[in-house]
Design a protein around this ligand. Sequence first.
Ligand SMILES: C[S@@+](CC[C@H](N)C(=O)[O-])C[C@H]1O[C@@H](n2cnc3c(N)ncnc32)[C@H](O)[C@@H]1O
Length: 250
Amino acid sequence: MNYNCSIDEKNSISSLIINLDKQLGDRLFFDSEANIDFIISEGQLGLITQTMRSQGQNPIIYDIASQLEHHKYKNYALSKEPLYKAIGIKKGSNLQVIDATFGQGKDAMLLIHFGGKVTSFERNPYLAALILSDLSRIKNPKLEQSFRFVFGDPRQLCPQGDVLYYDPMYGNFANQKAKPRKEIQVFREVVGDDIDHQEFLLWAKQKYPRVVVKRPLRSRPLMDGVSHSFKGKTTRYDVYLKGHTLPGFP
Ligand SMILES: C[S@@+](CC[C@H](N)C(=O)[O-])C[C@H]1O[C@@H](n2cnc3c(N)ncnc32)[C@H](O)[C@@H]1O
């Protein structure tokens, strides 16, 4: 695929879905190939797959503002937070963070809580529709100030930023003995693997002074050239700095 930094027309598909007349009843849109149903649940756009229905699960509904609020009540010791250290946020620095992989938005909300100005991207149209639907009803001053969401791939827009954060769906369960949580299984069913991670990281390393990649603790780095890593209990954040070369390599 060619990325020429122009806005993706598919943006309009998401707004189309969320603007559909609610009078259509509970089923708004059905993708028979992917077995994905968009429904209105509690006045909001929800997504349910056939597997979820057969397991009696509730639809996926986003609540981005509560995720952000939730961090207010946690007492983070920033000097011990691996994501905070990896991103390189300094107090009052207003660091511009490009979050290339919004997914469920957990990391994006943590980055905002830590003080970043975050522009998030999500290219999966099903998730983007849920995200846009949720954002359209939120009134949260902190989010309005510190968060922007774009449906698409950052390679299409080439946004300015101090650091790019990348958490692809790739090999995240390779070394896991236990079955992943239901929530994650569903996510995998809807999104699948991000098989273009190598290409993406190559692009990001050329464009941004600092790139942070989230990996499962014991997995291999996505690419050589990690300048340093910050470890949590189950995850590791690999930092790639522009111009950084390994000792002994040109
Ligand atoms: C593992 S999830 C990210 C989870 C996220 N960090 C969180 O805290 O919820 C990966 C997500 O990024 C999206 N994605 C992967 N590569 C992307 C790209 N190049 N541009 C935009 N979205 C991407 C996938 O569709 C998927 O929803």
